[in-house]
Ligand binder design. Structure first.
Ligand code: ADP
Length: 244
């Protein structure tokens, strides 16, 4: 049983842009041990939800990570509280190797480790991120020549070395090959064993294969919620989304 202090709980989240209601009172929660999906047609408010959770957009209501309120908390503090996020386009340092990218990300977690590393070798968090993301063989490869999928995994690895409590992934498999999608789904399942994983996704096949629980958004509101089977069977979902 997961303790509530490990959960992300979004309650009545509302985000407006100049009077336009992009997210109009959305509630959902996510726990370690599940791959949590947020889906919905274009413009449903999915990205705005994760922008609000990560402090990039201002919202009202409540977003709690354990007992900490994230709404109103500055972005850098939210990162330090353990919330990591990827964007649709991976932001890695193309000129630097995989290892150097991970090292820079790990440096955000610890400032004094470099000294220690000089004596004791590589940061164990980097080794485990390389292994977890399947990038061990690419450690000395410049990030710029990685495949699209590998860049996304590197970005996930750059969060893992910071030991996040929650990972929010924005359309992680967009533009990926079938093999890369499968590897990404399996990576998410491994990460989700002991962390919160919230995935915003457009790809319905991917959602069907890897979602533990799904919230369907439509026009800034929750249309349906449940297991994949439950939301697929919901006539409201079929009407606005599935099959499109
Ligand atoms: P989704 O991720 O589900 O495709 P978004 O969260 O990106 O949807 O957008 C939800 C709605 O909010 C859309 O109608 C979009 O045009 C609008 N929106 C998003 N960001 C802004 C912004 N910065 N200013 C004005 N409107 C925005």
């Amino acid at each position: 049983m997961t303790a509530p202090e490990d959960s992300l709980v979004v309650t009545d989240l509302r985000v407006e842009f100049d009077g336009f209601v992009a997210v109009g009172g959305v509630s959902f929660d996510a726990h370690p041990g599940e791959v949590r999906f947020l889906i919905g047609p274009n413009g449903a408010g999915k990205t705005t939800c994760i922008d609000a959770i990560t402090g990039l957009s201002k919202g009202t209501g409540s977003v709690k990570l354990g007992d900490r309120e994230l709404l109103g908390t500055p972005v850098n503090k939210i990162v330090r509280l353990g919330v990591g996020r990827t964007f649709q386009t991976a932001s890695v340092f193309e000129q630097l190797t995989v290892l150097q990218n991970l090292d820079i990300a790990a440096g955000l977690r610890r400032s004094s480790f470099s000294l220690l590393r000089a004596r004791r070798g590589i940061d164990p968090a980097i080794e485990s991120a390389l292994e977890e993301t399947g990038l061990s063989a690419e450690r000395d490869t410049p990030a710029g020549i990685l495949s699209h999928g590998q860049k996304q995994w590197l970005e996930i690895g750059m969060m893992l070395v910071q030991d996040p409590r929650a990972l929010l992934l924005d359309e992680p498999v967009a533009g990926m090959s079938q093999d890369e999608r499968t590897a990404t789904g399996e990576l998410m399942q491994r990460i989700a064993k002991n962390r919160i994983v919230l995935v915003v996704e457009h790809d319905m096949d991917f959602m069907r294969r890897y979602a533990s629980r799904v919230t369907v958004l439509h026009q800034g509101k929750v249309l349906s919620e449940g297991t994949v089977a439950q939301v697929q069977a919901d006539p409201k979902v079929q009407e606005v989304y599935l099959g499109t």
